[in-house]
Ligand binder design. Structure first.
Ligand SMILES: [Zn+2]
Length: 300
């Protein structure tokens, strides 16, 4: 990608989306952006994963063939100047004289807008601080997501017109969207079946760090399916977002999960549910990086 400082950015995190779910889902829009690859994230839950991303460290692909931006060993997309001497042998695309990517884009004159998301982006959260006042949060102010059906209005990409209105008048922009649909309870606002709700009641209101062996094993495949349906819905909504976004400039697009999820897989002798556990299922995430070409606006 030549001269990244001249391109707009859409950075999407599919919260909690497992790699195998993305691989098995029908997501034509996301896979039209670039190659879907298996990457390893840097955090087993939302907060450390996003701190890493905003420091310029996206999930990383370790398998050959290494590709620019997918693997830092090949070329890093965004790099933060931390004060130490730069290793001249390490390649990067855009170097910021700031201590995070968002501040870096703001210093380059970009309109920055964050949109979310899961509760870690609610008012007063540490992740929200990166965006100062440039954030649209559609969810409730909660410490943690409960295992109950959500209101469709709380999903950012059900509010596309509001998002686009906030950046449409700006020439250069950096748009970050955290998508909660793939986070538990995995519904898209159209109900949760009685049998899943019954299993959720055993998990006592929350999924993270649960090790309950009395949860029926059949819950795992059901949650895999619910997360796949949520992702396929998101793919359609992302397509709609890009239809409405201004296309005056080329747009770099990064789509990844912040972490995955355990759906009852055993680790160290116990079934594991949710995230905040650095297991294979949690640390492997989907990653897609590409560019959508812009076209010069023709004023009549
Ligand atoms: Zn998360």
């Amino acid at each position: 990608m030549s001269d990244l400082s001249e391109k707009n950015v859409v950075f999407v995190t599919l919260d909690s989306c497992r790699y195998d779910v993305a691989r098995g889902a029908r997501i034509p829009f996301i896979t039209s952006i670039g190659e879907l690859r298996r990457a390893r994230t840097h955090g087993s839950f939302t907060v450390p994963a996003h701190h890493s991303f905003f420091a310029g460290h996206l999930p990383v692909v370790l398998e050959e063939p290494l590709a620019d931006y997918y693997s830092e060993a090949a070329c890093q997309l965004w790099r933060i100047k931390t004060g130490r001497t730069l290793d001249e042998k390490r390649r990067f695309e855009l170097l910021f004289a700031a201590n995070n990517v968002i501040a870096g884009y703001r210093a380059l004159g970009f309109k920055v807008l964050g949109v979310g998301g899961v509760s870690q982006f609610s008012e007063g959260s540490c992740l929200r601080a990166y965006f100062e006042d440039d954030f649209l949060y559609f969810g409730a102010n909660l410490d943690e997501e409960p295992l109950r059906e959500r209101d469709p209005k709380t999903f950012p990409l059900n509010n596309i017109e509001v998002i686009v209105r906030n950046i449409a008048d700006h020439d250069k922009w950096f748009l970050f969207v955290n998508c909660p649909e793939t986070h538990y309870p995995y519904d898209i606002g159209n109900g949760i079946s009685d049998d899943v709700m019954e299993s959720f009641s055993i998990l006592k209101g929350c999924l993270n760090l649960r090790e309950d062996a009395t949860v029926p094993k059949s819950l795992g495949p059901k949650l895999l399916d619910m997360q796949r349906i949520a992702l396929e819905y998101l793919d359609g909504q992302l397509g709609k977002l890009f239809e409405l976004l201004p296309k005056r400039r080329d747009t770099v697009v990064v789509v990844c999960a912040d972490h995955g999820e355990n759906f009852g897989e055993h680790f160290a002798g116990k079934p594991r549910w949710g995230h905040m556990i650095p297991t294979k299922e949690v640390m492997e995430v989907p990653l897609v990086i590409g560019q959508i070409d812009g076209c010069e606006r023709v004023d009549s």
